[in-house]
Structure formats: structure tokens, C-alpha cells
Design a protein around this ligand. Structure first.
Ligand SMILES: [Zn+2]
Length: 109
């Protein structure tokens, strides 16, 4: 192998990583929290966090963990939001109707 061949291989290897990095970047997700159809807060899913959504309708504890979002606990009557479990894909939603709360996963752009 000539030195040029080695250089060519290195260059090709470097280029092959670019699409991968691009895909990973565009796959970054956010959770958009809204209450009564009004924007409440937007959080990134790539950082674990606990968010307390306290409004006049009630309180929901929203947990972001390992790129997923879930309602950990709530003081609503039906607990449908808690039983919805974790969501992680763009387009998925968790709703808490008694609290007029909506959590939607979106692609970050
Ligand atoms: Zn609920």
C-alpha cells in the first residue's frame, strides 16, 4: 500500500462518520408541555430532570429519564396520565384531562 492509499482510506473513514453524526443530531428530542392549550414549558429529553407542573387544575410530576418522558405522579382523579407510562418517539403524547395537561414529544429543530 502506498501512502496515498492510506490517506484515501482515512479520508473515506472520516466522511463515513458525518451522516451518523448528522442523524444523531437531528434525532434530539424535546417534550412540549402545555396546559389548557397554552405553552407551559419545553424540555430536552437528553437531560434527566424532574419537572413539577403545578397549575390551578392540579399538580403533575413529570420525569425525564434516559430520553423518555413520563408522568411519575399526579393528584388527578383518574391517573390516566400516570398509567400512560413512558413516551419517547416524536408524535407520542401523554394527556391529563382533569388537569388540562398535554405532553408531546417532538423532534428538536
Ligand atoms: Zn392525570
Amino acid at each position: 500500500m502506498k501512502i496515498n492509499d492510506i490517506l484515501l482510506i482515512i479520508v473515506l473513514l472520516l466522511f463515513s462518520f458525518i451522516p451518523l453524526a448528522f442523524i444523531n443530531r437531528s434525532a434530539a428530542k424535546i417534550a412540549v408541555v402545555s396546559v389548557n392549550n397554552e405553552h407551559y414549558k419545553t424540555v430536552s429529553l437528553d437531560k434527566d430532570a424532574v419537572l413539577t407542573v403545578k397549575t390551578k387544575y392540579g399538580e403533575n410530576i413529570v420525569k425525564i429519564e434516559n430520553n423518555t418522558v413520563a408522568v411519575e405522579s399526579a393528584d388527578c382523579a383518574d391517573k390516566i396520565c400516570v398509567r400512560s407510562g413512558k413516551i419517547e418517539n416524536a408524535g407520542e403524547v401523554i394527556a391529563c384531562l382533569p388537569h388540562r395537561l398535554l405532553i408531546e414529544v417532538k423532534e428538536d429543530d
